[in-house]
Design a protein around this ligand. Sequence first.
Ligand code: SF4
Ligand code: SF4
Length: 474
Amino acid sequence: MSGTNTDTMLKKDHANDSFKDTISIVNKEGGRKWIYPKKPSGRFYNARTVLSIFLLAFLFGAPWIKIEGHPFLLLNILERKFILFGTVFTPQDFYLFGLLMITVFVVLFLVTAVYGRIFCGWLCPQTIFLEMVFRKIEYFIEGDYIQQKSLNASPWNGKKIFKKFSKYLIFFVISFLIANTFLAYIIGTDELLKIVSEPVNQHLSGFISIVVFTLFFYWIFAWFREQACILVCPYGRLQSVLLDKNSVVIAYDNVRGEPRGKVKDKEKDNLGDCIDCKLCVNVCPTGIDIRNGTQLECVNCTACIDACDSIMDKIDRPRGLIRFDSIENIETRSGFKWTARLTGYTAVLVVLISVTGFLFASRKDIDVNVLRTPGMLYQNQQDNKVSNMYNIKISNKTYDEKRIDFKLKNAEGEIKLIGNDIILKPLEIHEGSLLILMPKDKIKMTNTPLNIEVYSDGKEIDELKTNFLGPQNQ
Ligand code: SF4
Ligand code: SF4
């Protein structure tokens, strides 16, 4: 099946639909058709190059940034510890992550509904690495698409061996760097440096992870390539439900371009602006012909816009035969329309951002939970006192040591910790127990509501509500 999800939106009375029967990366025999895209050039390609330099610098640099000796970004899924922009998030904050993820998805849906698959071409790490790193190296070593094709078709000789070996060696080294960076986001740079610098047998699992990730990234970028976007990526597969006629996509203006034909025949045959040079097809990294309409394979890389603009310049026609535009605007020249769907996405987004923002702003550095031990009733103690046992869980999300104390607020009684004083190390999660004792004659009901004040280093940081079970008929 070709990517035909939204292409019916275009009028294609000019084209036959045989492209729907094939997929650009599969040959007639059903095997892999290797895509040789022509080297892109032009204003959009230059802009993407500049943006990718910033994004790559951030991607490789961020794990090494420290704030007062602590990571700026860390996504340690193994120990369930996350640091975002210097702020620590522990498992108690996972609901915030859940909300954040939903917010990001809604942002993505909204942006896609308005601007199409712009994320893929401009921000996605897969596209950036493939088009802006690996493909550039390939062009540098093997030349443009024609030279690459002839090199691959030529018999093995010294020149071919040298080019292939140097290309794949560089690919492997970059994959190794990506693997290390990927791991640095998970375990932090200090741990990574230990794996790299200390004997292998001391960090066997870390060493194996680096090897596995390196081979994985090498396989992705040296061989698998655009198949990740076309066959694997779930976001690509969602295009058919996210886009509509009003979404701005990379679109061929068939109204202006058709019927296509040679420059010399244009006036005679009253042809459109497309001269059928196929440059837009040759530069496409997913091997499609954008003139067939919006297709699932299009990653919005804009290479076809640059290519077609260069042709329009040459034949003295206005640029933009292929451009960022909506199908609706191409067909009716009606301009951008704000649809009910966009209103819905925006409303959900505003609510999500408000709730998530509020929860992030009210997030505490020290989380304390006190819960009466399930299944236990009260215990009679000496001096005519009654006690209840409570489980406590305290999470220190700061880089400082914290002493935690409790005080009863609204009842006569005392709190006794079971074990030593609670002094939490940086980022430590403490689980323990405490007893609350109350004189029998002060207990007025079987279930007394209690307020407990929580102090960190002598400063009140929280007030918790719980209850106290006492003897009946008091
Ligand atoms: S159709 Fe154009 S924008 Fe889409 S992937 Fe191909 S070259 Fe890139
Ligand atoms: S590059 Fe432009 S003129 Fe050439 S085939 Fe593509 S759309 Fe037509």
